[in-house]
Design a protein around this ligand. Structure first.
Ligand code: ATP
Length: 366
């Protein structure tokens, strides 16, 4: 097990900056997800941790030691890639024993550990067969078992579940969490799937265009996004984020939305929008779960009026698409009281609403 310190790391390919001054502290035994859209720099960051790429600037320390000059094969890192990196022509047994043989572990110890790992992964009945005969799901288990068996100090997983069907993916997700608990290794997990990151990781590093947008525990990030990008990226269904110009008249502050609709700001969210006098255009955020219908619950809650365009079933709930002129709000119809075509009032609780500067994306007053 190891702690990892990524300190002001930048990676350039020619003129292009793939990773831009990222710092992340990973504690021993932590499960950290690197999350972000395609091309944001997740794999490049992972490759630098692995020693497959050198950082252009900055340092990566393991247990406060700079491993810059330590060869990749001497870093004791386990990998699981999207495309498995399994020797398909060798038997399942050989695939599992390979890493231990390289490490010159004794024959009987190898046998014991291979059997234990095969049992653990429920592939014991396949030990003598060629890896090429395994199903996709068994192949995935073998890939993880093969890396775990050498007990690496750090486990790096790059989109390991992306080839799997939805059902098995959910199962493997749970299995990975159990494994991490059992092995106690530091794990770094690359994914573009926010649900995967939210359910697996102790901490999530959200990256966009090579920059670290936020680093923290999943719930802290969900409840307290520090910028518009993170607010938009995390949560399902996504947060309602509506952009507009701020206008103040006779003490009332309004966000004028495209197409003529407006939000009369009140309470905490009004205070947030006024916390920086330089901000003239803003983004108002509210999660669908926080919008409500019926009686107004608090003085500062913001009343809106919209037309129910669509009602969509999401599990046991119904998600309503509410059209306010050219702006759409999503809200849960908890009481199943809405019908398509209804023109209904709904409320945005001021305390649950968030304010962002549209220009920089920065959270205001948060
Ligand atoms: P994905 O999920 O699609 O794999 P990612 O977040 O892992 O994306 P990276 O693979 O780290 O992203 O790539 C980040 C950026 O750096 C991309 O724009 C990519 O084209 C670029 N890049 C990566 N490796 C190189 C390289 N060797 N030379 C030039 N550009 C590169």
């Amino acid at each position: 097990m190891s702690s990892i310190q990524i300190q002001n790391v930048t990676k350039r390919f020619g003129d292009f900056t793939a990773v831009d001054n990222i710092s992340i502290d990973i504690e021993e035994g932590e499960f950290v997800a690197l999350l972000g859209p395609s091309g944001c720099g997740k794999t490049t960051t992972m490759n630098m941790i692995a020693g497959l790429e050198d950082a252009t600037e900055g340092a990566i320390l393991f247990d406060n030691q700079d491993l810059g000059h330590v060869r990749m094969q001497d870093r004791n890192i386990g990998f699981v890639f999207q495309n498995y990196a399994i020797f398909t022509h060798l038997s399942v047994y050989k695939n599992l024993s390979y890493g231990l043989e390289v490490k010159k572990v004794g024959k009987s110890e190898i046998e014991r550990r291979v059997k234990a790992m095969a049992d653990r992964m429920s592939i014991s009945h396949r030990l003598d067969q060629p890896a090429s005969s395994l199903s996709v799901n068994e192949m995935q288990k073998l890939a993880i078992g093969r890396s775990a068996i050498v007990e690496p100090r750090i486990f790096l997983l790059d989109e390991p579940l992306s080839n799997l069907d939805a059902g098995f993916r959910a199962y493997m997700r749970a299995e990975l969490k159990v494994l991490q608990h059992e092995f106690g290794q530091t794990m770094i997990y690359v994914t573009h799937d926010q649900i995967e990151a939210m359910s697996l990781a102790d901490k999530i590093a959200i990256i966009d265009q090579g920059k670290l947008m936020q680093y923290g525990a999943p719930l802290d990030i969900y409840n307290d996004p520090q910028n518009r990008f993170v607010a938009n990226f995390v949560g399902s269904p996504r947060m309602n984020l509506v952009d507009g110009e701020l206008r103040e008249e006779q003490g009332a502050l309004r966000l004028m939305l495209h197409g003529g609709a407006e939000i009369r700001l009140d309470g905490q969210v009004k205070t947030a929008f006024t916390s920086d006098a330089k901000v003239h255009s803003g983004s108002f955020g509210i999660r669908p779960q926080d919008i409500y219908f019926g009686e107004k619950r608090a003085d500062n809650d913001i009343r809106m009026q919209g037309k129910v365009e669509v009602l969509e079933r999401v599990g046991p709930k119904r998600l309503a698409y509410l059209q306010v002129q050219e702006t759409m709000f999503l809200a849960f119809d908890d009481q199943a009281q809405l019908r398509v075509g209804d023109d209904v009032p709904f409320y945005l609780p001021s305390g649950a609403s968030m304010a962002f500067d549209l220009e920089s994306g920065r959270r205001l007053g948060g």
